[in-house]
Design a protein around this ligand. Structure first.
Ligand code: JHZ
Length: 397
């Protein structure tokens, strides 16, 4: 049974950037209560009331994974690694976004499934066969019938978005070839706890995984984890390597080692999450205090990256355009719109942060290195970034 440990208050759908902020649009905006629970049977951390995916993955989906140099490189590296390690004959990516992973393969090597029709259109245009549908047993059967069983299934930042994990993993088991491999990665709850990055909780992140929780759940779909990696992406992610339970692939020692580490971190105990929740409350107070202090001094503050994560921060901490003037983001289809819930205007970063700006809150704190490099002029003239990760602070040159 899920036991609630965190209440992040009323939140909008993170992908619902507003075109205008007139009375009618604001009245129609959808809000729900974002609270998070821990299941003491399978150790899974999940939202208490997930949203219907049909409301989220629409033909107006805004996020483009290829907007950062870091992610382009990360997808290139994993594509190279998978091709070398598994010499796949036929692969599939589930949740292919704008093709940031696919483009590292030939069009014959890989197909994709992507529920957001606007994104599926992009990758179909690029020449990669993309089914504009949700990943489930029905589409898995269709693909096996039309093509072959799959030697490799890859999915990044997608599986944690799906409420029904049993259906998802059953579909994987059904579609994989006898010795096929399923590799997926998502933000890691162990890092979220360490980094106090509570903004990793939002409508799309229905679950945040640990090795302990995923091992339990995969078992029920006749799958097993044979390798695992902790990654720096998105402030700490976990990559699982999975095969059929009956496969002869040997389980690597690091799987057992990480399980031990997770037990030491207390990822199997409700008390760990309760303590985390207390730290989040303190982090919120500290961020508001800092922003108010800066504003009182007459300084100008913006935000960097109209991320889904920052929607959680702004709505939980009640941060609106009185505290943050505007948000800059390089994604064209976010520019000219307003952030969900708090309605802060989104602009293009242009050739860098405006010279009259004193502080920039890091909505995309996970790309700090990349952003620092880009915004060296801002830092050199005394500009500072603000972050809440791992604790509320400013970052200068
Ligand atoms: P980023 C999304 O979350 C949604 P978000 C999704 N649910 C998910 O799981 C993760 O991605 C992976 C901009 N930017 O990746 C681009 C600049 O403007 O942290 C993006 O809009 N300039 C699928 O939104 C945003 O910041 C830059 O120099 O929390 C980053 O979004 C850089 C580097 C980024 O994910």
């Amino acid at each position: 049974m899920k036991k609630k440990f965190l209440n992040l208050l009323k939140q909008p759908i993170t992908n619902s950037y507003l075109r205008k902020i007139d009375k009618k649009t604001i009245k129609k905006e959808f809000f729900y209560n974002l609270s998070v629970g821990f299941d003491d049977k399978n150790y899974l951390v999940s939202l208490i009331n997930p949203i219907n995916p049909k409301k989220q993955y629409t033909d107006k989906y805004a996020h483009r994974a290829s907007q950062s140099v870091t992610m382009n490189e990360s997808f290139k590296q994993i594509a190279l690694k998978l091709k070398k390690r598994f010499v796949s004959k036929f692969s599939l990516e589930s949740g292919s976004n704008d093709g940031v992973f696919l483009k590292n393969f030939t069009k014959k090597q890989i197909i994709a499934v992507e529920p957001c029709k606007n994104l599926a259109k992009i990758t179909n245009k690029m020449g990669y066969k993309t089914y504009g549908q949700f990943w489930n047993k029905k589409i898995a059967r269709k693909i096996v019938k039309k093509h072959f069983n799959l030697d490799l299934i890859f999915s990044a930042n997608t599986i944690s978005h799906i409420p029904n994990l049993k259906e998802t993993f059953d579909a994987v088991c059904l579609a994989l070839s006898k010795n096929g491999v399923f590799v997926f990665e998502d933000p890691y709850i162990g890092s979220v706890i360490k980094m106090n990055s509570y903004d990793q909780f939002y409508d799309e992140h229905v679950h945040l995984f640990s090795l302990l929780s995923i091992s339990e759940i995969l078992e029920k779909s006749n799958l097993k984890i044979f390798d695992v990696e902790l990654l720096p992406t998105h402030g700490g992610s976990i990559r699982f390597y999975v095969c059929k339970k009956l496969s002869k692939i040997k389980i690597k020692k690091n799987v057992f080692d990480l399980k031990k580490k997770e037990l030491l971190q207390g990822l199997n105990k409700l008390s760990t999450y309760k303590k985390f929740s207390i730290r989040i409350n303190k982090s919120k107070k500290s961020l508001i205090r800092l922003l108010k202090k800066i504003k009182k001094k007459g300084k100008r503050v913006i935000s960097y990256g109209a991320t889904y994560k920052s929607a959680t921060i702004f709505n939980y901490c009640n941060i609106d355009s009185n505290l943050i003037e505007y948000v800059v983001d390089s994604t064209k289809n976010k520019q000219g719109k307003f952030t969900p819930g708090k309605h802060i205007p989104i602009k293009s970063p242009g050739s860098g942060i405006d010279k009259n700006i004193d502080y920039a809150f890091l909505g995309a704190w996970n790309f700090l290195k990349e952003i620092k490099k880009k915004e060296i002029k801002f830092l050199k003239k005394g500009g500072k970034f603000i972050t809440h990760v791992p604790s509320v602070r400013t970052i200068g040159l």
